[in-house]
Design a protein around this ligand. Structure first.
Ligand SMILES: Cc1cc2nc3c(=O)[nH]c(=O)nc-3n(C[C@H](O)[C@H](O)[C@H](O)COP(=O)(O)OP(=O)(O)OC[C@H]3O[C@@H](n4cnc5c(N)ncnc54)[C@H](O)[C@@H]3O)c2cc1C
Length: 275
């Protein structure tokens, strides 16, 4: 269990950032679910509860998710439950337990960008943007490439997903319910642009850019089996997998081809029935 020397609830995000910047031992607190698993000795714990970041706002253009929104709030939101074939809800409802999802926050999940994350690949596939207090707005795809050091620590304020006519599928494999994924893969189709994202490799999630471009160019030319075979080979070449106790590199490579076939088939079925 971690220990805090002080606990503080700032009334503005500016104040929260000032405290964070004062010492490398000061930490932003989300739901503390992941922090609880460490033995860190921290300075001031910065609780964001007074900042009203626990809202989901939806208009005809974007879904805006405050950093303190819990995974359960996302899972239970009616609009999000149906958006992009229920992609967000489907990826979240398999995470650990309801008790954990009631506490864990979206902001921490995105900012920490854990290698096992189910949330980051989904947000990447939906072209999410994020708002950081100091660095401002940026694409999530740019954020995940940034090196995070104590010096450039920041506070995530909100995540924004553009509302588009999108079809998507989250596909994954876990050894047992509640465990981390051995691998997860998301396919999204926004108009004729496909996005393939692979996570829990077990490295951090990545967008398979070449595979996405290949599918976007060839999906209405090649027969499905040929498309999947060639895209699968390209995916294995492009996205590096590794080994850990959950699975070997070779197993993950084969699995990525299988998950790609399953997810692509579902996205095609959904978009054809919509046409
Ligand atoms: C047992 C267990 C199993 C899990 N299984 C899965 C799984 O299968 N799939 C999955 O996707 N996730 C899984 N998770 C992770 C979970 O979904 C959350 O991502 C995680 O708990 C972090 O959320 P939190 O609110 O508890 O963050 P905290 O533990 O409070 O914080 C985590 C980190 O984020 C930082 N932080 C918090 N909020 C912000 C902010 N607004 N801006 C900047 N930094 C911030 C903190 O300083 C800290 O470094 C699991 C977690 C646990 C403990």
């Amino acid at each position: 269990m971690f220990t805090l020397r002080e606990f503080y609830q700032p009334d503005s995000i500016k104040e929260a950032y000032e405290i964070l910047s004062k010492s490398k031992r000061n930490m932003v607190l989300g739901g503390c679910i992941f922090l609880k698993m460490s033995n860190k000795k921290m300075g001031t714990g910065i609780d964001l509860s007074n900042l009203h970041l626990d809202n989901i706002k939806i208009n005809d253009r974007v879904i805006s998710i405050g950093a303190s929104v819990t995974l359960s709030q996302l899972e239970e939101n009616g609009f999000i439950g149906n958006y992009a074939n229920g992609l967000i809800k489907k990826s979240i409802e398999t995470i650990a337990s309801k008790q954990l999802r009631n506490m864990a926050t979206v902001g921490a999940s995105v900012y920490a960008n854990y290698g096992f994350s189910d949330i980051v690949p989904v947000f990447l596939a939906l072209n999410a943007r994020i708002h950081l207090y100091n660095a401002g707005w940026m694409k999530l795809s740019d954020f995940i490439k940034m090196e995070k050091t104590v010096k450039n620590r920041d506070i995530l304020i909100e995540i924004e997903i553009p509302i588009e006519e999108s079809f998507a599928c989250y596909s994954s494999l876990r050894t047992t319910a509640g465990d981390f994924c051995i691998l997860n893969l998301v396919v999204s189709r926004i108009k004729d642009d496909f996005n393939i994202v692979v996570g829990a490799r077990p490295k951090k999630a990545t967008i398979a850019i070449k595979t996405s471009e290949f599918i976007s160019e060839k999906f209405d030319i090649l027969p499905f089996d040929n498309l999947v075979k060639e895209a699968g080979d390209l995916l294995v070449e492009e996205v590096e997998c590794g080994s850990n106790i959950r699975g070997s590199k070779e197993y993950r490579e084969q699995l990525s081809k299988g998950l790609l076939r399953k997810a692509l088939q579902e996205v095609f079925d959904e978009s054809i029935s919509y046409d």
